[in-house]
Design a protein. Sequence first.
Length: 285
Amino acid sequence: MQSHPTHPEEGGPVGPPSGATPEARRGLSRRNLLATLGVTAAGGALALVSFQDDAQAAMTPAMTAMATKAKASAHAWCMVIDLRTCDGCKGCTMACQQRHGLRDEQTWINVYEMKDAAGGTFNMPRPCMMCEDAPCMYICPVGANVRTDDGLVLVDTEACIGSRACMAACPYEARYFNWTDPLPQKRMPAPSTPQMPVPEKGVVGKCVFCADRLPQGELPACVSGCPMGVLFIGDLVTDIAVNGMGKTVVLSEFLRANDAVRFKEELGTNPRVYYILGHGQNLGG
């Protein structure tokens, strides 16, 4: 499996000085980044910015093609999962369930125990891959699948008839059927939207990257709920990613420096979830 770092893009309010070298950009302090991004450890707010000049020259043809797609939108959300620090606590799963009112058996982000090259095991969180070329998108008989301008693949539960065709089409097993009635809502009832679906019996549910939070500059529940800082929410346009511990990175450099890979990339789905390995992991299975 090859490493495919993503790309920077135009559009952030601030960038490095013209002609800045990679060394100079790496010299940006975390304090400066947080000040520029508006990210605070207490609030976990997310406001993203572009750092593009030097990374632009290193873009591969595949990255350039993805950049062209992303230009039409102000943001292009993605996720980075650092397997080197995941201890399998399932904090991401529980945070997601609590935020979306899911039952114990409903898990929009699972943490799987996988075998490594040495015969040992490692933990692998697996949300929806938000594929650029998602097999689930066009198979629904009633067109209940939605792709947002910023690249998120969502389900319109008001339109869903529960055919489960999308579940069969997903090679990542990232969609789930609601077999039972939802838990009682703990807050005032709100209309169901693809960005924040209300659980309902007889329809398909899935990870949504907490799409309703992102425009407000807030982290997805799984990202903020991970005590190890394993999950990062990133933006391919502004080329920045942030985890729940307040760590902020230049996305393209982070992926490139750590040889990030994508799960089942050979299928041609172009997932927007990137994994950083480090302990003999093999994501080919």
